[in-house]
Design a protein around this ligand. Structure first.
Ligand code: ATR
Length: 285
């Protein structure tokens, strides 16, 4: 019997996960299939109960707007996913639904692959939504300082507090603040890495950047988790000043690779996944 993995979100039409996972299943000769299903918010509970628990279903990815809501319909949730407050991967283990979050580990792996170790480094994290929370929980265990800047200051303060509570044993400086021009200038001057988790610069708003180019410098690494487009205005301007850059492609593939391993117990074919996602993004141009 073919095992099915779903992507549940609303909308899901433009997702690159189906082509990425189906190519990977095929390459490894696994009898699995991946399908994106638009699930309206009021239908989420019914979908989880009536479809995800079926024996032929091995699991799911969960995307906007269901990552938080879905938690209450699951049987078990990984402890870090509970702290993050969001689930992006579900495994159906003989009818028992278990939730995980692979976004943070995907981002950490992508960043360390190009940057190297993060010990002793200062990170500026822009945004305080689901992606920022997932990334924050993984990075905070490795760095010296983390500054969280968000348009809505209260959310930055809340995330900073949650992170402080989660790592009370470690000497990490953690600060939350509003995303003001003055604060950006102050914090970016001596940061080692800045990570954009906001949708500013994402298609169709490709003329926008969350950071004015005058605040960028060649000592910093700029990681924009946006992958559509791969070269956001932020990435282009960072490259122009000589900063190291990383776009959202490898984070996207690595979060998928972690989910793939949870479903199949096999290492995902990373190179193939990078290739098919890049081709799909270029095909969109
Ligand atoms: P995701 O799951 O991708 O993180 P999200 O939870 O909706 O999505 O979070 C989006 C983040 O981007 C939030 O931190 C949001 O700021 P607010 O908390 O003030 O809403 C931020 N964001 C969205 N649009 C933005 C904009 N135009 N300028 C600055 N920040 C923005």
């Amino acid at each position: 019997m073919t095992k099915i993995c779903y992507l549940i979100g609303y909308p899901v039409e433009h997702s690159l996960s189906p082509v990425m996972h189906n190519s990977a299943f095929q390459k490894l000769g696994l009898d699995y299939s991946y399908e994106a299903i638009p699930v309206e918010p009021q239908c989420l509970r019914a979908f989880v109960e009536e479809t995800l628990r079926k024996p032929k279903v091995r699991g799911a990815n969960v995307t906007i707007p269901h990552k938080v809501e879905v938690i209450k319909f699951l049987d078990e949730v990984d402890s870090l996913a509970v702290e993050i407050g969001a689930v992006n991967t579900i495994v159906n283990d003989k009818g028992v639904l278990k939730g995980f979050n692979t976004d943070g580990i995907g981002a950490l792996r992508a960043l360390k692959e190009v940057y190297g170790p993060l010990e002793g480094k200062k990170i500026v994290l822009l945004g305080s939504g689901g992606a920022a929370r997932a990334i924050g929980y993984y990075l905070v265990r490795e760095v010296k300082a983390m500054v969280i800047l968000n348009r809505t200051e209260s959310k930055a303060l809340a995330l900073a507090n949650d992170l402080k509570r989660s790592i009370f044993r470690f000497p990490v400086e953690i600060l939350g603040a509003g995303l003001s021009e003055a604060r950006l200038i102050k914090e970016l001057r001596d940061t080692d890495v800045v990570i954009n988790t906001t949708p500013v610069g994402m298609y169709p708003n490709v003329k926008n950047s969350p950071i004015h180019k005058s605040h960028l410098n060649n000592k910093m690494m700029v990681f924009d988790i946006v992958y559509n487009p791969l070269r956001t205005k932020l990435i282009i301007e960072a490259t122009n000043v000589g900063a190291k850059t990383l776009n959202g492609l490898s984070m996207f593939v690595y979060q998928g690779a972690e989910a793939f391993k949870l479903w199949t117990s096999r290492d995902a074919p990373i190179d193939l996944m990078i290739q098919v996602v890049s081709e799909a993004l270029e095909g969109d141009r």
